[in-house]
Design a protein around this ligand. Structure first.
Ligand SMILES: Nc1ncnc2c1ncn2[C@@H]1O[C@H](COP(=O)(O)OP(=O)(O)OP(=O)(O)O)[C@@H](O)[C@H]1O
Length: 652
């Protein structure tokens, strides 16, 4: 069966939208999407939604009620009455019209308020779901996929640049308005039908056609906008660079302000240019809707007008029909609701893609045989340090042409201090990410106490992570107090009142060399960091690194039995670096330590040193053994030591 919409003159848009959007499959999709939005409605709150529907119903019925009452009023006033007296029934009709008017106005105002409340509640629910989804998979790789980032951005994007809030919630509230608009038009059609069935149906069809064309145009616009998510991301990156705090120092120092602003502008034009073109195109192609509007409007006025002029209907009926005609006709304007619905649907599509992706990830990470991972207890005795074995581990980052690790065989014995060294990009941090379960090896196994990490499900992986702690090279600077920054590595301690947890904070801070900092902090451990203003403290790079070290040591104090330190001395002064191994690493009790560093003067004290090269462990042994072997490690060590000797020689 052919779709009658197909014969519509094309608004000159993308052929997919000119023809495709009016095919039956697309209409079915359209209805399915609206049902999908309707399913979000309960999240707006039962009371809110019920009141909203009642108010919209009142607002939808008001024009028809007004038409009928106005007609009756005209009839009543035309009836003969004594001079100075109201015609019979006039007063009650006037009161009824006033009541309908007040109800209509109140319903309009009330529904606006409820609309915002419903939309915000739905948006809150959708965002909570998205946050829940993004935190769920234990791995990291999905977060590095640009299309996922685009979908997330699409979900958070409320169309701020268009100066209206557009979101799944606004779209859901919008379809309810649209539904009642149509209902109002149908009731008004029934009124006009009693006068002229042809006029009633003709006006209804014209109204629905105009709505369909407008909807299709909004659909096209939002589709183009959503398809440009990648460019939007680039605009955000340039904005961050041009005006954000991260690059502020270099931007000012190098005088990059004008360059960054120009790049941002170019990127913004790349993003918005096609969107503006579509908007211009839509504006130019308003001919069809204009012709339909003018034609339908003319017929709506002329047919009852001519009937009244020829005496076919009385003036009272004329008033009723004209008001009812307007009741049908006013539904033709989808207005910004149309954009709200289509724009919000873009977010819903992004949400569906995310859910599908996360379900896949959940299945990948979830269904595993039962392992034997051990959790550290609250205030009780911690478990023993783990025995870790990398067996022929190979790993390639998603989208990368070459493997970063290519057959790593390595054992970390319980309680040992193992240093890992290697050139930039050798894969040292990657090894730790795999050990933390943030990525899975593409080949080989990482076996912890007889359990293959790849066999752990989400919960068990969390349990494994609570046996270890990592001071990452790019550690996080948490906005909170010094104490928060220390205890967040073992968040279960936040709820523990046990003395051991309190002691562990002070102990970790002391061992990380934070005594001077704490002495100058106005509120000691409770001093807030990064927020600026009274009572807060700005820290230097080295001070932040000591704080991050304290965080790692605190976790060990709370029972973590594998401590990984990735470039822990990168920001430290020579004095602190010199004593780091003795004061921090050697003092760790009952835990294994993996120390990654380019400072060979620091790593030389480790029990064993492994050199990573070409994706494999190329050399392993004690400092002395590796020097005797005279390989890369020995060369690197001599190079570093030679620099100091030269400096010493030069200065003497
Ligand atoms: N998220 C990622 N996606 C794709 N490639 C990555 C990612 N992270 C790291 N790499 C690549 O993997 C390789 C190893 O990186 P890794 O950070 O493990 O090296 P590293 O030995 O710790 O280096 P450095 O000494 O400079 O800290 C590098 O070539 C890097 O470009």
């Amino acid at each position: 069966m052919r779709n009658p919409f197909e014969r519509l003159p094309s608004p000159g848009l993308d052929p997919r939208f000119a023809v495709g959007a009016t095919s039956w499959p697309d209409l079915r999709r359209l209805l399915a999407e609206r049902r999908r939005l309707a399913r979000l409605l309960p999240f707006g709150g039962t009371g809110n939604v019920t009141a909203y529907c009642v108010l919209l119903l009142l607002a939808a019925l008001a024009p028809s009620a007004m038409a009928l009452l106005t007609g009756q009023l005209v009839t009543a006033t035309a009836a003969p009455s004594s001079p100075g007296q109201w015609a019979p029934g006039t007063l009650s009709l006037l009161v009824a019209i006033a009541v309908v008017y007040v109800v209509q106005q109140s319903a309009e105002a009330g529904q606006q308020v409820l609309r915002v409340a419903i939309a915000r509640r739905i948006d809150g629910t959708v965002r909570a779901r998205v946050r829940e989804l993004t935190l769920q998979p234990s791995g990291l790789s999905h977060l590095e996929q640009p299309d996922l980032q685009d979908d997330l951005n699409r979900l958070w994007d409320t169309g701020g640049m268009i100066n209206r809030t557009r979101s799944p919630g606004t779209a859901t509230a919008g379809i309810v308005v649209a539904g009642f608009q149509i209902l109002g038009a149908l009731v008004a059609t029934a009124v006009v039908f009693t006068f002229s069935p042809l006029l009633a149906i003709g006006l209804l069809v014209a109204t629905l056609l105009i709505r369909a064309i407008n909807r299709r145009q909004w659909h096209y616009l939002t589709d183009v906008a959503d398809g440009r998510a990648r460019y939007r991301r680039q605009v955000n990156e340039w904005s961050e660079l041009a005006a954000g705090p991260a690059a502020a120092k270099e931007v000012r120092l190098f005088g990059l302000g004008a360059w960054a602003t120009a790049r941002r502008r170019r990127s913004a034009l790349e993003w918005a240019g096609p969107i503006w073109a579509v908007r211009r195109d839509i504006l130019r192609k308003q001919g069809t809707t204009m012709v339909l509007s003018v034609g339908a409007g003319f017929a709506g006025l002329a047919v009852p007008g001519l009937a009244a002029a020829s005496g076919g209907i009385g003036i009272d009926d004329l008033v009723v029909y004209l008001v009812a005609v307007w009741g049908i006709f006013s539904a033709r304007d989808v207005g910004t609701d149309g954009f709200d619905i289509e724009y919000g649907l873009g977010a819903i599509r992004a949400l569906d893609r995310l859910i599908e992706r996360y379900e896949r990830l959940g299945a990948e990470w979830g269904a595993r045989p039962r392992p034997t991972a051990v959790l550290p207890g609250g205030c009780g005795d911690p478990p023993a340090a783990p025995h870790i074995h990398f067996e022929d581990v190979r790993f390639t980052y998603p989208g990368s042409p070459r493997p970063t690790l290519n057959g790593v065989d390595l054992t970390i014995e319980p309680g040992e201090v193992l240093a890992i060294v290697g050139y930039n990009g050798a894969g040292k941090t990657t090894l730790i990410k795999l050990l933390s379960g943030l990525y899975r090896p593409s080949r080989g196994r990482i076996v912890v106490d007889d359990t293959n990490l790849a066999d752990l499900d989400e919960g068990e992986l969390s349990a494994w992570r609570r046996r270890m702690t990592v001071l990452f090279q790019d550690f996080v600077r948490y906005p909170g107090s010094i104490a928060d920054n220390i205890t967040l590595s073992a968040p279960e301690s936040l709820d523990l009142e046990c003395e051991a947890a309190g002691r562990a904070v002070a102990d970790a801070a002391g061992r990380a060399g934070m005594d001077d900092l704490l002495a100058s902090a106005p509120e000691g451990l409770e001093t807030r960091l990064r927020e600026g203003g009274a009572g807060s403290l700005g820290l230097s790079g080295g001070q932040w690194q000591r704080l991050a070290t304290a965080r790692a040591l605190f976790a060990v104090g709370r029972g973590r039995r594998l401590l990984v330190l990735d470039e822990p001395t990168a920001h430290l002064d020579v004095r602190a670096e010199e004593v780091f191994f003795d004061q921090v690493v050697r003092e760790v009790r009952g835990a294994s330590v993996v120390l990654i560093s380019h400072r060979l003067s620091t790593v030389r004290h480790a029990g064993r040193i492994a050199l990573l090269r070409s994706g494999r462990i190329a050399e392993i042994g004690t400092h002395e053994e590796l020097l005797d072997r005279d390989g890369d490690y020995a060369r690197l060590f001599r190079l570093q030591a030679g620099r100091f000797q030269t400096a010493r020689g030069g200065s003497s």
